[in-house]
Design a protein around this ligand. Structure first.
Ligand code: SF4
Length: 722
């Protein structure tokens, strides 16, 4: 056996990175490679989401397991201004307890904050929320998923009464008649998913891509609409206006399955197509063509990603696309509907189990008395002890060093990934105490008082819920190095030291069993899902209640006549009979266009939009440390149109300064006609001088509290060669 205790045979698991959660096999490495990396990736074609295909990130994921830059022991800053020094676990945990409880004693429980991540497993997300609210007694917990899909989540809840990113399996995408992909670039962000769009077109379906850049996804589209950043809402209103004007409303569906159409219709009719053309830059004939493609197909879908969602009007923007689906009867029907392509590895599950400022496990609302009662019963406490909702992610980061003076952070790197990042970095640096759990010394961990090294994905077992709402099992394939613990073990040890006497399990399956009980009866009901089922069925879609539902006429999965009732099969497709609202009808919400929080002016005449590149994931804390990925994309860049480059006086590769009201970032120019001349693009994976989030605007959506990552006013300048 390998010294790290690798399993003898191939272990079926899932990728550590994005929300597609591609299936992969891990087996002990052989030959020369074995001395460097304990595991190698093998194809797992049986998992139908990716059928064996992986992108470069998934393929190279084992490299970080034995990387020299991974953390293999705790680090402690023993004096203010000193450096981080190696320490034992006892000292490190004692320091964390001292730091958190010292602040709590001096300033009250809400002076202690917890910040989680959308890449944490379901078990960790659940345990972190419970730890914050019960062990620390603080309301101040949120996570970086707030920066990811919170606008789509808010709009889904508002319209359908339930937030599951995709209400149907990805396979349906290939079988529908038309897909409008808004602000999504799966060709770069989740390449194996591109095949669904390719198959869609091979089957005769149409693909419309809405993106200010001609991305590799847009290149495959039948129609590419390139609106000015921040105007997707106006674009959807223009399409809805044309749907009404051209008599394409599905009146029967609207009458039978929705409420609120009159107000939404009036709002759309106030937005004339010619006005929409002026605001968005998309010509009226292209709008008409999009409407025809969408409505002429027998079934159609709208899928959004971060483009329309990361705006200070993200919830309304997503709502405008949902309205388009509802008015045309393209929701709650087979092969039709609205869906969100979640980004982070557990972006879906990470928002369901209680690490969000306003939520309890089972996707229950923290301000709902019945929800508090249920979860308190599972936790064996009085509902009164559960804190109220806390600050959202950016508001929490903004309060560091003032109202919130100590922070426990895991699974996130806000120094790189938060908006207005220089300010956030200052706030983090001003904390009385910071503890960070991570696998590497991230830019945020560098500022910590204590860094706790935690296990990587292949070194622990746990569940994630992919972008389809399918609960999956990641299996441990190798032991963590000595000196490394799992996040669950860290929380368990801290809980014990902080005086929590009722036990705080660190075994993932034990935590999942508790999560099942806590979720029972909630919107995201996992009570019928077990590790055994997930393993045997290679994923189970929630909701999946413990008790079998009554079978619909003609279904064959109901109780056997003389045997035990069949388990609930899970729910791959939602809303086919009714939406999850009280009256079962979907809700139109009247939305109107409003400008972005920051519009161009004489000083900042251009718009900046940000996004990802194929080689890197999120803040790049992991992927920047994988040699092959780093070689593929070693640093940031500024994408700009040739006309703009000429005006500014820069050639390909020249350093360009991008300046917003919050700061300046410098990176080499990449000149391409595939971007609007009024827009520049920067990927956000890097720290330092080229950090895109130095520039971004923290203006928040009033409903989802999502910052406006996707649009802010900037100017660009040649930065000179020095
Ligand atoms: Fe991993 Fe996403 Fe790449 Fe699949 S597409 S291999 S889940 S990063």
């Amino acid at each position: 056996p390998h010294p790290r205790g690798t399993a003898a045979a191939t272990v079926d698991t899932h990728c550590p990175y994005c929300a597609l959660q591609c299936g992969m096999g891990l087996r002990p490495a052989s030959g020369e490679a074995a001395s460097d990396v304990p595991l190698e990736v093998v194809e797992r074609t049986a998992f139908d989401v990716n059928r064996g295909a992986l992108c470069g990130k998934g393929r190279t994921a084992p490299a970080l397991l034995s990387s020299r830059v991974r953390l293999t022991g705790p680090l402690v800053r023993r004096r203010p201004g000193g450096s981080l020094e190696p320490a034992g676990w006892e000292e490190a945990l004692d320091r964390v307890v001292e730091g958190l409880s010292g602040v709590r004693a001096a300033h009250g429980p809400d002076a202690v904050g917890v910040f989680g991540g959308g890449g944490l497993t379901n078990e960790k997300a659940y345990a972190l929320g419970k730890f914050a609210r019960l062990v620390l007694g603080t309301s101040q917990i949120d996570y970086n998923g707030r920066f990811c899909m919170s606008s789509a989540a808010a709009a889904l809840n508002r319209a359908f009464g339930l937030d599951r990113g995709l209400p149907f399996p990805l396979a349906d995408v290939a079988r529908t008649g038309c897909v409008i992909l808004v602000g999504a670039n799966p060709a770069d962000t989740m390449p194996p998913a591109l095949r669904y769009f390719t198959e869609l077109r091979e089957n005769g379906g149409k693909l419309i891509v809405v993106d200010p850049r001609r991305t590799r996804t847009a290149e495959q589209a039948d129609l590419h609409l390139a609106p000015r950043p921040g105007t997707d809402l106006a674009l959807a209103l223009g399409m809805l206006h044309l749907v009404v004007a051209e008599g394409r409303v599905d009146e029967e569906f609207v009458a039978a399955r929705t409420t609120g159409w009159a107000e939404a219709r009036a709002a759309a009719m106030a937005h004339w197509p010619e006005w929409v053309e002026r605001v968005t830059g998309v010509p009226v004939p292209a709008l008409r063509e999009a409407v025809a493609m969408f409505c002429d197909a027998e079934s159609s879908m709208v899928l959004t990603a971060r483009g329309p969602e990361q705006q200070s009007k993200g919830t309304d923007t997503v709502g405008s696309w949902i309205n388009l689906c509802l008015a045309t009867g393209r929701a709650g029907r087979p092969l039709s509907g609205y869906g969100c392509l979640t980004g982070q590895g557990n972006g879906q599950g990470g928002r369901e189990h209680g690490q969000k400022a306003d939520q309890l496990p089972g996707y229950r609302r923290l301000d709902d008395p019945a929800a508090r009662e249920h979860v308190a019963r599972v936790w064996g406490v009085d509902p009164q002890v559960l804190p109220k909702p806390g600050r959202s992610a950016y508001e929490l980061l903004d309060a560091l060093g003032t109202d919130v003076r100590a922070l426990l952070l895991t699974g996130s790197n806000p120094v790189v990934s938060a908006p207005r990042a220089a300010h956030v970095t200052e706030r983090i640096a001003s904390l009385d105490f910071l503890a960070v759990c991570d696998v590497v010394l991230s830019e945020t961990a560098e500022l910590a008082d204590v860094v706790l090294p935690v296990a990587q994905w292949a070194e622990e077992t746990g569940t994630t819920t992919n972008l389809e709402g399918r609960v999956l099992l990641r299996r441990r394939a190798v032991s963590p190095p000595p000196g490394v613990r799992t996040d669950l073990e860290v929380l368990s040890a801290l809980a014990a030291r902080l005086g929590w006497e009722r036990g705080f399990p660190s075994d993932p399956e034990e935590v999942f069993e508790e999560l099942r009980r806590a979720s029972a009866g909630g919107p995201a009901d996992y009570s019928g899902i077990t590790y055994r089922r997930v393993a045997e069925e290679d994923g189970v879609f929630w909701p999946c209640p413990l008790r079998p539902r009554l079978p619909a006429a003609g279904e064959d999965d109901g109780p056997a006549p003389d045997g035990p009732p069949a388990p609930h099969p899970g729910t791959p497709r939602l809303f086919l009979d009714r939406f999850a609202t009280e009256d079962g009808r979907a809700r139109f919400v009247p939305v109107t266009h409003r400008p972005s929080a920051e519009e161009p002016d004489a000083d900042h005449p251009l718009l900046l939009t940000t996004g990802r590149v194929p080689a890197h994931y999120q803040s790049g804390a992991q992927t920047r440390r994988v040699a092959e990925l780093n070689a593929a994309e070693p640093g940031p860049f500024v994408q700009l149109h040739p006309r703009l480059a000429e005006r500014v006086g820069v050639a390909e590769g020249d350093p360009v300064a991008v300046v917003s009201r919050r700061g300046r970032a410098v990176a080499p120019a990449r000149i391409t006609p595939d971007i609007r001349p009024d827009t520049v693009f920067m990927p956000f994976h890097w720290p330092g001088a080229g950090r895109a989030n130095t520039l971004t605007n923290p203006a928040l959506d009033p409903v989802s509290r999502m910052p406006e990552f996707k649009v802010c006013a900037v100017r660009v300048e040649a930065a000179g060669s020095g």
